[in-house]
Design a protein around this ligand. Structure first.
Ligand code: MF3
Ligand code: CO
Ligand code: CO
Length: 273
């Protein structure tokens, strides 16, 4: 189905009262190709982090790897200066849920679990992904399970998407169900988002939800899924000293994985992971 046919079908469904994305949330094939290129660079930046991350490294050094690799590969680290964010990526350690700010004072030690979240801008287009790392390769089995289950939440949600059938509510339902079944909880205040022409676009992608509810997922949509799963309770707070970093209220450990995905006629693709 071409771009115009998608918009026509959306208008038809909208008239019938179906909750569908607005036209501005549908990307053209050219835009998707641009986002695909940015996403390839985005994944390579994370590969560079993965190759170099090790015990006794500071999160400032991770930031430098992200900054340098992004620019070497013809891109730009989009977080830098985004709404005043001071660094090129987010590094969230242990009980930090997301938006951890890289610092020369934060030394990664064996057993730490850290999420590195990179967004890369290339030729005006954005790709956004994050991965978990276990420093030194080994940690408490409970944290290992948290990381594994969080990845499964993301993979299950992605695998369930059938264009014109699945809704954003289904995605949240699947993630929350799998997290709960494993004794974990899902952060609700932060979520996935449309991405591609900006870092954060509509729609907001909740990681909890009801089956069949919310916006229909249709071809031309590009968005992230990025569940944040806590070992303890779901509640979080923002660090008042920097107004960015989100922590678990109960100081339990938290994990997150993020993909940028694109929806096509009859399938869905991971653009960056
Ligand atoms: N990459 C983050 C996300 O997944 C956004 C980071 S914005 C920043 O949405 F300013 F905190 F870097
Ligand atoms: Co994101
Ligand atoms: Co991100």
């Amino acid at each position: 189905m071409n771009y115009d046919d998608i918009l026509a079908k959306l208008a038809e469904l909208r008239n019938k009262g179906v909750k569908v994305p607005e036209d501005r949330m549908i990307k053209t094939p050219e835009q998707i190709e641009g986002i695909r290129k940015a996403s390839l660079v985005n994944s390579k930046v994370l590969d560079a982090v993965e190759a170099k991350i090790r015990p006794l490294m500071t999160t400032e050094e991770i930031d430098q790897i992200v900054h340098c690799t992004s620019i070497e590969l013809g891109g730009y680290p989009a977080p830098l200066g985004y709404e005043g964010f001071p660094k090129s990526c987010c590094t969230s350690i242990n009980e930090q849920v997301c938006h951890g700010i890289p610092s020369k004072n934060d030394v990664l030690v064996v057993g730490d679990i850290v999420n590195v979240d990179c967004t890369t801008k290339v030729n005006g287009y954005y790709g956004d992904a994050s991965r978990m790392f276990i420093i030194g390769g080994k940690t408490d089995p409970k944290h290992e399970r948290l990381i594994k289950v969080t990845k499964e939440c993301l993979d299950k949600a992605f695998a369930a998407i059938v264009p014109w059938e699945t809704t954003l509510g289904d995605i949240g339902y699947i993630i929350n169900k799998h997290a709960k079944q494993n004794g974990f909880s899902v952060v609700e205040e932060v979520g996935g988002h449309g991405v591609g022409l900006e870092l954060h676009e509509d729609p907001f992608v909740m990681h909890v939800g009801k089956k069949g509810q919310g916006m229909l997922i249709v071809p031309g949509m590009v968005f992230t899924i990025e569940p944040m799963i806590n070992e303890g309770k779901r509640h979080v707070f923002i660090d008042a000293s920097n107004d960015w970093t989100i922590y678990t209220q109960d100081r339990s450990y938290s994990a997150q994985w993020e993909y940028t995905i694109a929806v096509f006629d009859d399938h869905c693709e991971i653009l960056s992971k």
